[in-house]
Design a protein. Structure first.
Length: 183
């Protein structure tokens, strides 16, 4: 009788049917969460690169003369409109909606070269374009380098179920500066 019990017990211990299913049920949800996380963080990284490129394009467009061959006087509003148009074109080329861009909560602080150096000369409401502002520290007796600063933020929404990031909207900030080109 005792040997029969031992044989049954040994048979139960050796039996592994269903163990793979139990292991898969424990591991697969975690693996899918990690894969979803990799996908969404990759999407966020890609969007961050796109908005940073857009800010750089805007700063570049705002830093070059508006019309090198025209005889007229170029205004800061024209430069700012060029910068805003370049940002919007770059965002559109990256399949991002330019109307979702917002100015930063706290705009960068620069010393103005002339004027006020405040955000948005003209009617540009969804980004902060500052020009002309000093981009370098000015030491005694030296003149600073004047340029353009473009900054804005763009929303990104994660979708990671069962985490604190699920349906969270994250604001990514893009900022770029460029030295103003000579006329």
């Amino acid at each position: 009788m005792r040997s029969l019990r031992l044989n049954v017990l040994r048979e139960i211990i050796r039996e592994t049917r269903g163990a793979e299913i139990a292991e898969a049920a424990a591991v697969l949800p975690l693996m899918f969460m990690i894969l979803l996380g990799i996908f969404w963080f990759g999407q966020a990284f890609s969007m961050y690169g796109a908005i940073t490129r857009a800010a750089q394009e805007g700063a570049r467009a705002g830093a070059v003369p508006y019309c090198a061959t025209c005889g007229g006087t170029n205004t800061l509003t024209q430069y700012a409109n060029n910068a805003a148009a370049a940002v919007q074109n770059s965002l559109s080329a990256s399949h991002l909606d330019p109307t979702r861009a917002r100015p930063p909560l706290v705009p960068p602080v620069f010393t103005p070269c002339t004027g006020s150096g405040a955000c948005n000369p003209g009617a540009i409401a969804n980004m902060c374009i500052q020009m002309p502002v000093q981009l370098s520290n000015v030491s005694a007796g030296a003149s600073g380098v004047c340029g353009v600063s473009v900054s804005f933020r763009y929303p990104f929404q994660f979708w990671l179920p069962f985490t604190s990031l699920n349906n969270q909207q994250v604001w990514m900030t893009a900022s770029a500066r460029m030295r103003t080109e000579a006329h």
